[in-house]
Design a binder for this molecule. Structure first.
Ligand code: NAP
Length: 310
């Protein structure tokens, strides 16, 4: 299997990120293809899945990894600024009056999150068989999106999602899944494979990730049970982290991704954690304002996102 694929890797890597460069225009430098174009065209893919597999089995492209990480950092900061000025992203309680085309919430979440599960799962399966440790670390990311795409949507009782938002989110999940998997599987030093098993930093990161994921699922569970099927009313969430903050699910998700970043210690992972905070932090503040305005009896000691502080 490996011998069969490897001669094609260099050329296709170049092609993939050349495409990314065209779209996002941030790639700083590119490694030229190892195999000449002629060599590539002389070995055309045999099945429809082949090109995809070839693209995903590649050597580290540092330029693309740094460029896309920078894009996450800059995009996160701009997203934060945009939400501070224009209010939280227009879905859920903020979608009213937008008149946008929409899809049922469960289909929206399923479709938009699925690429972030499929891409890492596929890459973990098709990467060089020796990278067991790195693949195990990537399981954290895959596990989150397995739940988010295949479990969460089928129990939720939310409002319809704007189609455009679902498309943007799906593209983001695809790109981010590719970036995180590529950085971890193909760019981390091979020493990472088993070194992390006795590393205090990685253990702490994994612990933080697990805590964040459990609290995120628990908080989403509390929210879901505030409604009966078919209801769209809002009620005061109680229990768990909601006793401390209005955005308990968001706080837990941010903790989760910073835990992941500490565990895998890659630039893309930290960039994604930062992007997540910028993306859902303002949502927690918006929800908090909403509750204070709507419910006179809302607990005054509760904060928006950071217990006792914000
Ligand atoms: N990593 C990222 O960048 C990112 C980005 C976005 C979301 N997420 C995660 O995805 C999950 C969902 O996000 P979200 O923005 O949809 O969260 P949300 O606004 O808190 O809504 C979650 C669900 O609970 C319902 N709900 C919320 N508050 C309620 C209340 N007081 N009473 C009754 N029902 C209530 C919502 O219904 P409505 O739809 O009717 O409001 C929705 O179905 C969260 O865990 C979040 O952390 C992650």
């Amino acid at each position: 299997m490996s011998l069969y694929w490897f001669p094609l890797k260099g050329a296709v890597t170049f092609k993939l990120f050349q495409k990314v460069k065209c779209h996002v225009n941030v790639v700083i430098s590119l490694t030229p293809p190892r195999a000449p174009e002629a060599a590539l065209s002389s070995r055309r893919p045999q099945s429809p899945l082949e090109p995809l597999m070839v693209m995903m089995m590649m050597e580290c492209d540092h330029g693309a990894v740094h460029g896309l990480s920078a894009l996450l950092l800059i995009g996160g900061a701009l997203f934060l600024f945009h939400q501070c000025v224009r209010g939280p992203t227009r879905y859920g309680r903020y979608a009213e009056g937008t008149g946008a085309w929409s899809v049922p919430a469960r289909w929206g979440w399923f479709l938009q999150e699925l690429p972030a599960y499929l891409v890492p799962a596929f890459m973990a399966c098709t990467t060089d068989g020796s990278a067991h440790g790195r693949r195990l670390l990537l399981c954290t990311f895959t596990l989150h999106y397995l739940h988010r795409s295949l479990v969460y949507p089928f129990f939720m009782r939310g409002r319809p999602m704007p189609v455009l938002l679902v498309v943007f989110a799906a593209v983001f999940c695809l790109g981010n899944g590719l970036l995180q998997s590529h950085a971890l599987l193909h760019c981390s030093p091979p020493g990472l494979d088993w070194d992390w098993v006795d590393s205090v930093r990685t253990t702490a990161g994994l612990g933080l990730f697990a805590f964040g994921m459990v609290m995120n699922i628990h908080s989403d569970h509390i929210l879901r049970n505030l409604r009966r099927p078919g209801e769209t009313a809002y009620r005061i969430p109680r229990g768990g982290l909601f006793e401390l903050v209005s955005g308990a699910n968001f706080l837990a998700e941010i903790v989760e991704w910073f835990g992941f970043a500490v565990a895998v210690w890659t630039l893309p992972a930290f960039s994604f954690a930062f992007f997540t905070a910028c993306s859902i932090g303002p949502r927690a503040l918006g929800h908090h304002r909403f509750y204070l305005e709507k419910f006179p009896e809302y607990p005054r000691s509760r904060r928006a996102l950071i217990p006792f502080i914000l």
